[in-house]
Design a protein around this ligand. Structure first.
Ligand code: UDP
Ligand code: MG
Length: 322
């Protein structure tokens, strides 16, 4: 069988998704076959511990358009997407979750916009099904905060589900930062961008791999990658506190000169010292968040390590670190 150069690459990050892979194959193939154009699916196995790798190998044997990149361990969702972009060879590249929360049929809408000439087409979550109030609320709050405090035009309520033109993929591939917020990077590069609305479905099977702790880390990666606002906040608060203190000092001197007692007891002193101590610790933490990320960059380790790649040709196949 001669495999044509794919026009589309669909990147799917996979972490313990044995319950969804057969259905993903059915839905994704069903949608993409409608186009009658060559495509490939780059499955990135992010160190799954269940039967996902075997299932994906079988998919490749059955349908060589499905290719597989196996990581040596779990490197995280954002890194898995990045690896997919290194391995993909299509003229247009689509990123989609494995769990069918992003309906594969929407890819056809994304492609239609690309054919109109848009270079980044992101899918906007008009509605979310089957997610807790807490998750929708914190996600929605996060998108609005990051929109306010960064200079990058990041669309509100758009996740990683998007299509990118080859040009965009090539520019994004040059950015090897370790704490990656891919949707931010794909806005940062510019180009002609547009959105398509869709309804985010319930997970087909299994449970989310984004507990609160990981969601918070992703949010912090997003904010620290694109904004100095948390650092500047210390400056603003510092000026306000210093200004208020100056006023306080003058007041105390004035009261003392005219024979009144200015401040009573230790409580005031104690409360102020503790309050300022707390604020200082918080901002030490903020500096720490940035410092830790600088340290990770300086170490210059590779983004990911591949244990094996299946179905790619030549040099791509042999590439083990990225
Ligand atoms: N995923 C991954 N590595 C991880 C966590 C998740 O590759 O460490 C994949 C997962 O298999 C799925 C996608 O990233 O295809 C989104 O994850 P999930 O559905 O758990 O997140 P949610 O949709 O709940 O935010
Ligand atoms: Mg999901």
């Amino acid at each position: 069988m001669v495999i044509e150069k794919p026009r589309y690459s669909i990147i799917v990050p996979v972490y313990n998704e044995e319950g969804v892979l057969p259905e993903l194959y059915r839905r994704l193939t069903g949608a993409m076959d409608k186009l009658d154009e060559p495509y490939e699916v780059v499955l990135v196995n992010d160190g799954s511990k269940d039967r996902s790798p075997e299932i994906m190998r079988d998919l490749h044997r059955k349908d060589p358009r499905y290719k597989l990149v196996n990581f040596s361990r779990n490197f995280g969702h954002q890194v898995a997407i990045s690896a997919g972009m290194d391995y993909a060879s299509g003229d247009a590249v689509v990123i989609i979750d494995a769990d069918l929360q992003d309906p594969p049929e929407v890819i056809l809408d994304l492609i239609a916009k690309w054919k109109e000439g848009y270079e980044v087409v992101y899918a906007v979550r008009a509605k979310r099904k089957g997610e807790s109030f807490f998750k929708s609320f914190t996600a929605s709050l996060f998108y609005r905060i990051i929109y306010r405090i960064t200079d990058v035009d990041m669309p509100v309520d758009a996740g990683d589900f998007r299509l990118m033109d080859r040009k965009v993929v090539e520019t994004m591939r040059t950015m090897r930062e370790k704490h990656r917020f891919m949707r931010g990077l794909s806005s940062w590069v510019g180009f002609k961008q547009t959105g398509v609305e869709y309804v985010r479905e319930e997970r087909f099977a299994g449970a989310t791999h984004y507990p609160f702790r990981k969601m918070l880390r992703l949010a912090l990666d997003g904010i620290t990658s694109f904004s100095y606002f948390p650092l500047q906040l210390a400056t603003y608060l510092g000026f306000i506190t210093a200004g208020l203190s100056l006023f306080g000092i003058l007041l105390v001197i004035f009261l003392r000169l005219y024979g009144h007692q200015a401040l009573y007891g230790q409580a005031t002193t104690l409360v102020m010292v503790l309050f300022l101590g707390g604020v200082q610790l918080i901002f030490l933490g903020v500096i720490g968040e940035y410092l830790g990320r600088i340290y990770d960059e300086v170490k210059g380790r590779p983004l990911y390590i591949v244990s094996d790649a299946v179905g790619f040709d030549g040099d791509t196949q042999r590439k083990l670190v990225g």
